[in-house]
Write a protein that binds this ligand. Structure first.
Ligand code: BEZ
Length: 211
């Protein structure tokens, strides 16, 4: 059955460009991003992998480990790495899983047979320190993902994990946030000392608590 938000992210061992990994060991106590690529030596994937390499320091800042997956074999990944560095100006600096038997792709339901019965779609799973799935994004093979958006959602998820707030439409780090309805006005006084603007009783806007 397909994974859903809140489900436990299945653990696995895999061959990667950085050697064999146990997924949970690799993630440790932090956050994780697992993202799939339809195939090696394809143009959109090449740009995505290069962009994630460029933004690796941003993932590090968020205590988030990144791992890519493509269904081609490891030797192919190692050859492709050179092209990624040459064309994108950034060398792969995180593991890329080789999944030729689709073991992990099947575990995470990354192959959607009505789109393509052998290649993965562009899946993104964000996994929390509790190993639960916090975000699932699915793009078609022809559309490259927006890596800034993945970082933005991680910012939102981490804020929600640490404070009782939600983030409004088009929020980015530093913008005002929303006090979740489960917090009473009485409790909010202690939790949000900067105060809030109650546009409606259920719509209480407050400055981002960790800024
Ligand atoms: C690509 O990464 O460019 C791609 C992969 C599979 C199908 C279409 C595009």
């Amino acid at each position: 059955m397909a994974l859903r938000l809140g489900d436990e992210a299945p653990n696995f061992t895999a061959e990667t460009t950085d050697g064999t990994i146990d997924f949970y060991d690799y993630l440790g106590d932090g956050w994780g991003v697992l993202f799939s690529h339809p195939k090696d030596f394809t143009p959109v994937c090449t740009t995505e992998l290069g962009r994630v390499a460029a933004l690796k320091p941003e993932f590090d800042k968020r205590n988030t480990k990144v791992v890519g997956l493509s269904v081609d074999p490891l030797e192919s990944h190692h050859e492709w790495k050179d092209d990624i560095e040459e064309t994108q100006g950034n060398a792969l600096n995180y593991p890329l899983i080789a999944d030729p038997d689709h073991k992990i792709a099947d575990l995470y339901d990354m192959i959607h047979p009505n789109a393509n019965d052998t290649l993965t779609v562009r899946s993104v799973f964000v996994i929390g320190p509790d190993k639960k799935v916090k975000l699932i994004i699915t793009y078609p093979a022809s559309t490259g993902r927006n890596i800034d958006e993945i970082l933005r959602v991680i910012d939102s998820l981490q804020l929600t994990a640490n404070y009782q707030v939600a983030t409004p439409v088009n929020w980015t780090d530093g913008d005002d946030v929303i006090i979740v309805p489960a917090v009473s006005d009485e409790d909010a006084k202690a939790k949000f000392p900067k105060g809030w603007d109650a546009q409606k009783p259920y719509l209480r806007v407050t400055p981002q608590p960790n800024k």
